[in-house]
Design a protein around this ligand. Structure first.
Ligand code: SAM
Length: 255
């Protein structure tokens, strides 16, 4: 995949293009709660926190959270929008997390694992920062477990390019088990509808999805033209809910 530089693209529109409704956020927080320890507070890390879509909600539900994000611009947006006293954002990446060893109860990686370049190193680094019994919540797609969105069919090479952004599930699991992790859960979370087809088209036009950076101008033009025609027939119909995979892992002993 062409790697995305969030400092030069997407940062301006990401929060709008990828906004979650309160209902959608509540569903995610409940899904995280189901696989996390029951005690409170929990110390959390939001790795690849972006514009902080999840970070304040994690703090509200579980306890203090550090958002770790490599892009200066994405971090700036997050900091401007942060409205929770238990949230802080720091520069860093999954391969280099600027917190002490064994200092966090959980780490969330939401839509960020596929951007990590050195995955074996990230698996070791994530194990270093979690306490024994800690949890990594990996909300990512897999090339063989993908919640294909309804609009993808309109884009030439849409399915092929989208699948190429993600690894198959067994490959992700192998990266972690090679670093001593074990899988504790694999589930799908049904994210409620994001609104109407018309709303969704407006958000897609902002192109805050990695797929759009991989398509050429002709493919984008064709795709959006076909999508607009399809949506024009039923702009107020609800966009379908998506069942999205989530893998939960527990680190082993750090050597
Ligand atoms: C699609 S956004 C997801 C942001 C946020 N987690 C969310 O769900 O809205 C991907 C984020 O991963 C970040 N990222 C890129 N490389 C990363 C890495 N090696 N480690 C952690 N995050 C990374 C990007 O800068 C970007 O903010």
């Amino acid at each position: 995949m062409r790697s995305i530089d969030y400092d030069t693209e997407q940062h301006k529109d990401y929060a709008r293009g990828r906004a979650l409704s309160q209902r959608q956020l509540d569903v995610w927080v409940s899904a995280f709660e189901a696989v996390l320890p029951e005690r409170r507070p929990l110390t959390g890390l939001d790795i690849g926190s972006g514009t902080g879509r999840f970070t304040p909600a994690l703090a509200g539900a579980f306890g203090p959270v550090t958002g770790v994000e490599p892009s200066v611009r994405m971090r700036e947006v997050a900091q401007r929008q942060s409205r929770h006293p238990d949230v802080r954002y720091v520069a860093g990446a999954a391969e280099a997390i600027p917190v002490p060893s064994a200092s966090a109860d959980y780490a969330l990686m939401a839509w960020s694992w596929h951007h990590v370049r050195d995955k074996p190193r990230a698996a070791r680094e994530l194990a270093r920062v979690l306490r024994p019994g800690g949890r990594l919540l990996l909300r990512t797609n897999f090339s063989d477990h993908h919640p294909w969105p309804w609009w993808l069919e309109y884009f030439p090479r849409g399915y092929e390019v989208e699948a190429s952004l993600f690894q198959p599930l067994h490959e992700v699991i192998a990266t972690f088990t090679s670093a001593g992790w074990r899988v504790t859960d694999f589930t799908t979370v049904t994210e409620p509808s994001p609104g109407t087809l018309g709303d969704m088209l407006e958000r897609l036009r902002l192109r805050t999805l990695s797929l759009f950076a991989q398509l050429n101008p002709d493919e984008l033009e064709t795709g959006f033209r076909r999508l607009e025609q399809a949506v024009a027939a039923h702009p107020d119909a609800p966009a379908p809910a998506l069942a999205e995979p989530m893998l939960t892992l527990e680190p082993g002993e750090v050597p």
